[in-house]
Design a protein around this ligand. Sequence first.
Ligand SMILES: O=C(O)c1ccccc1NCC(=O)[C@H](O)[C@H](O)COP(=O)(O)O
Length: 280
Amino acid sequence: MNESEQLAPAVRSILETARERGGGGERVSVDPRSLTDAFAAAEADGRIPVVAEVKPTSPTTEGTRRADPVRLAEAMVDGGAAALSVLTEPEHFGGSPETLRRVRAAVDVPVLRKDFLLREAQLDTVEADVVLLIARFLGDDLEPMLEAARERGFQVLVEVHTVEELERALDAGADVVGVNNRDLAKLEVDLETFERVAPHAPDDVTLLAESGVSSPADARRMREAGADALLVGSAIMAGAEPEPRSDGRASDERSEPRADEDDTDAYETVRENTRELVNA
Ligand SMILES: O=C(O)c1ccccc1NCC(=O)[C@H](O)[C@H](O)COP(=O)(O)O
């Protein structure tokens, strides 16, 4: 990454904590559930392939959602999600490797580990079917990280935001690419990003539109622009209402996620949100 480029303060903070975070212990070896097979199965079933994201909070979310991640994940799969994305970043997104472990044990669809991985050792924290590598943050380390991930059995989603990053991702050997509509420099979301970048991707690349898909019309728009699949967090989580927080960050002292009866409506809403997008 070009260190001189302007990143939003929240993203600089994400990167600082990611640099400090250690790796796992033993080298991970995964027998992954196929992401492309899951997308093909959704298509065959008349559903838009959607990767639904369990996203407790984020720098652009007010408060932290305390609903049980496993019940959220089950509701998303019930609603037709082809795959899931689970945040494992703790400080800014309220995620954890343990959450991913629990979710992956509870569902049979592929699960993406959503984090800001910067070093090979960080791949060994937890098993997942897919890991995210962000071209912008990895620079020349993208290709070795991609190889290291594949050696462990992971499928790799390489995230890009520009045509230049797409070209770097392809040169590094990426075959599943996500175009992030969220500009990590400003945190602004613009669906035109996908429309601008997608035409430069070869047909044999599996292309995801990430971030900012907030309605069935957005879903159709991204599909018309060439998205093989959509990665959606906020719009699906919309019913799992966050509890307000005062400091703009996920609380370090928050209680365990709740799985009580009062949240039943939240899970039903999450199921319906997912259903609405997969049937857009
Ligand atoms: O979502 C954020 O606020 C955010 C801020 C800074 C860096 C990354 C961020 N999001 C990570 C993601 O990749 C999204 O959670 C994912 O693409 C889903 O986006 P959305 O559907 O807009 O919630």
